[in-house]
Write a protein that binds this ligand. Structure first.
Ligand SMILES: CCCSCc1cc(N)cc2c(=O)[nH]c(N)nc12
Length: 373
């Protein structure tokens, strides 16, 4: 019998929570940042490096993996953990968000969404049941419901329609997922930037008694203030004893401010995408290694970091690699960025444990504001 999924809140500081999710493939220390491993790879990183920077869990993408190499093929090869050689927990998104943002000729109905692959134009159908089936074929540990994320700004009627559809799809995903003790299916709160719709969505999902809850429909271009206001409204309507996952978020500043509002889990392409574009995240803020000012700078990104990419290479060398479009440039900066994000999460967890989250958050923010000397 697989060890059941469990979430424990170990410490609270204001609305910030230090917790731990326990699953058969390992523990997830929260607040947690989950590196995005879209096609079964965290781009430019070896999986033991991803683990080495402190990640407890990575993300996989139903949409990308169903198109290539195919969910049934991954299942025949032993599932995503075996395929990608990542033995720790994996959370998979349900695919709807990526269908709407990446695919062509898509048509959304009550049944689900039909679309054509952005890779070869082949036709596909994605229903709530098929999404859960695919996530099961991938042997995903935390599976997301199929939902419809409304692009903002949008009329209330449109936001309401998508939110209510997502609730009906949540019920269908819960039925399709059934009872899998060592795994979890999370619901996704929708409702755009409308307080009343956010409350209705959160309350209806909470009544379903799911193992965890995501806040979706944000980080879609709205101002940070609107995102934070929606968290102030949504989090109190979610069960205090279940993990809360803010999808697609975010910058280090977004993360600090969202932890302060009760969020436990984050994912974002920023650290990995920025690394491939010459941008480094550091405790002194962002450093754009494309900038010529680094051409003769012998200093490392951060002499105090425990990540070799931040400590052992000169800015001049990193600038050279980035300007020359050498693969090593993307590799080292991605390694630095993921290391920085995980160190941020480690600092946040420690601060909540000691009741010093607000003060530590202010110190971290001041470090960014001082800028890179
Ligand atoms: C691998 C990517 C995971 S997060 C993708 C994402 C990002 C953002 N910003 C919103 C949503 C959402 O509302 N629903 C779903 N399923 N996914 C979302």
């Amino acid at each position: 019998m697989a060890k059941p999924f469990s979430f424990k809140v170990l410490a609270i500081d204001g609305k910030a929570r230090r917790g731990v999710i326990d699953m058969p493939r390992g523990e997830i220390r929260t607040p947690a940042f989950m590196p995005v491993g879209t096609g079964g790879t965290v781009k430019t990183m070896y999986m033991d490096q991803v683990r080495g920077v402190g990640a407890d869990i990575i993300l996989g993408n139903t949409y990308h993996l169903m198109l290539r190499p195919g969910a049934e093929r991954v299942a025949r090869l032993g599932g995503l953990h075996e395929f990608a050689r990542w033995p720790h927990p994996i959370l998979t998104d349900s695919g709807g968000f990526q269908v709407m943002s990446l695919s062509k000729l898509r048509k959304l109905t009550e049944k689900g969404v039909t679309f054509r692959s952005h890779i070869d134009g082949a036709p596909y159908e994605m229903s709530p049941e098929r999404s859960i089936e695919i996530q099961g074929l991938l042997d995903s540990d935390i599976q997301m419901q199929l939902d419809e994320c409304t692009a903002l700004p949008a009329e209330m009627k449109e936001i309401e329609r998508a939110m209510e559809l997502s609730l009906r799809w949540a019920e269908r995903c819960k039925t399709a997922f059934g009872d899998q003790p060592g795994k979890a299916m999370f619901g996704i709160v929708q409702g755009g930037d409308n307080a009343a719709l956010r409350v209705r969505s959160a309350q209806a999902l909470s009544a379903m008694g799911l193992k965890g809850y995501a806040v979706g429909g944000l980080a879609v271009g709205e101002p940070q203030a609107v995102m934070l206001e929606m968290l102030d409204i949504t989090c109190p309507e979610l069960p205090a004893d279940k993990p809360r996952y803010l999808m697609g978020v975010g910058t280090p500043d977004d993360i600090l401010k969202s932890v302060a509002r009760g969020i436990d889990m984050f994912d974002c392409v920023m650290p990995t995408r920025a690394g491939r574009h010459g941008l480094a995240y550091t405790r002194r803020g962002k450093v754009n290694l494309r900038n010529a000012r680094h051409a003769d700078d012998p200093r490392p990104l951060d002499e105090e970091s425990d990540c070799p990419a931040a400590r052992d290479y000169s800015r001049a060398y990193l600038h050279h690699l980035v300007r020359s479009q050498e693969a090593l440039g993307a590799m080292l900066l991605t390694w630095n960025n993921l290391s920085y994000y995980q160190k941020l999460m480690q600092d946040i967890r420690a601060a909540i444990e000691t009741g010093s989250f607000e003060a530590r958050g202010a110190e971290i923010s001041e470090g960014w504001a001082r800028g890179d000397i």
